[in-house]
Design a protein around this ligand. Structure first.
Ligand SMILES: Nc1nc2c(ncn2[C@@H]2O[C@H](COP(=O)(O)OP(=O)(O)O)[C@@H](O)[C@H]2O)c(=O)[nH]1
Ligand SMILES: [Mg+2]
Length: 343
């Protein structure tokens, strides 16, 4: 089957970034490996390499790039949206999750996996990235309380659609697919075991390993290891995000304020502009809690996310500054030896 650039999601936003008479061709990144990138174009799948100073970690699945006739990437096109988080481990660095997604499917199950704070965190990620969030509650077929879970999800953010599904049911899959049409792209996030791979397989009509297949594998249940952009049967594109145990937000202040927009509006009216909403006089947020207009647990979850975001963003900025200073030092040293050698 012939796939056009438009089918791949190459909108005028990206087309407008290609210089006139360019010898370079557009490709969409489907997988990021340590030393190379897999990509798709109307000519089919290709393997691309990067050219310094670009490294493979600078790319996200879903990116649009321009590559030359040697399959070397020269340019990454400006992204329409970018999902990112603070990388796991102690190093302060940003990890790119997926690029150029219109939709983020926030997946949870109708069982004790359901967690309001986690869904709020994913919503902040979606708003910060510029993706439209859709909450997908799986395993509705295994619970008598699916309507209750749906109600709780609906209360988190009234703007966000909530779908309760059986990820193995064709009609339910069609409902999910309707939120990501031809040429559009969605990413799936959620804890391990909630049904992300089951949904992906159902939507794409292909079989990747799901947790269930190897349930009694002594080496553990978790099987999907890498992110990939895959084509859905309706012509949309989907990115599964396996192995994301914790989502640590960074530089997501606006996203958090979008989820808790009522609290953000209140906070803007506090007497002190640097109000920490802890004990300050004239704090509009605490005032609303006291007046019974704002649930204290919701206020706590908001404050926790804000504190975490500020902390992570600060360390990220510091490590970037250190990286820059180090780079300058290396350059200066290199210049110095070059000069001495010349003499
Ligand atoms: N009955 C039922 N089982 C589901 C549903 N969604 C996922 N599962 C099962 O849950 C297990 C984990 O699913 P998987 O897709 O691997 O989860 P992932 O870790 O999020 O990718 C598998 O055994 C699936 O068959 C659902 O909606 N209904
Ligand atoms: Mg999986």
């Amino acid at each position: 089957m012939q796939i056009t650039l438009k089918d791949l999601g190459f909108t005028p936003f990206f087309a407008g970034q290609v210089p006139e008479n360019s010898d370079l061709s557009p490709f969409r990144i489907t997988e990021v490996h340590r030393d190379r990138l897999s990509a798709l174009s109307p000519d089919g799948p290709s393997v691309l390499t990067t050219k310094l100073p670009l490294q493979t970690s600078d790319f996200a699945v879903g990116d649009w790039v321009l590559a030359d006739e040697n399959a070397q990437i020269n340019v990454v096109l400006e992204r329409q949206s970018l999902l990112h988080r603070r990388a796991a481990g102690t190093q302060a660095s940003r990890q790119l999750i997926a690029a150029n997604c219109e939709t983020l499917f926030i997946t949870s199950s109708c069982n004790p996996d359901f967690n309001t704070a986690r869904i709020e965190r994913y919503l902040a990620l979606a708003y910060e990235a510029g993706c439209f969030p859709v909450i997908v509650l799986t395993k509705a077929d295994q619970s008598d309380e699916a309507p209750g879970f749906a109600r709780r999800a609906g209360q988190i953010d009234a703007r966000v659609p909530v779908l309760t599904v059986n990820a193995l049911d064709a009609d339910d899959l069609a409902l999910v697919a309707s939120w990501c049409g031809r040429g559009q792209t969605a990413a799936l996030v959620g804890s391990s075991g909630v049904g992300k791979t089951t949904l992906t397989n159902g939507l794409c009509g292909r079989d990747d390993d799901t947790g269930g297949i190897r349930e009694d594998d002594a080496h553990g249940r978790h099987v999907t290891t890498s992110r990939a952009l895959r084509r859905m049967q309706n012509g949309g594109w989907i990115i599964d995000t396996p192995g994301m145990r914790a989502l640590r937000l960074e530089e997501a202040g606006d996203g958090i304020d979008a989820v808790f927009d009522d609290i953000a509006r209140l906070a803007a009216t506090c007497r002190f502009s640097d109000c920490a909403h802890e004990s300050e006089p004239g704090c509009a947020v605490l005032g609303a809690v006291e007046a019974g207009d704002l649930a204290p647990d919701r206020m706590e979850r908001w404050a926790k996310l804000k504190r975490e975001d500020i902390r992570n963003s600060q360390t990220l900025a510091e490590s970037r500054a250190r990286g820059k200073a180090f780079g300058k030092m290396v350059k200066a040293a290199a210049k110095d030896t070059h000069w001495r050698r010349k003499r």
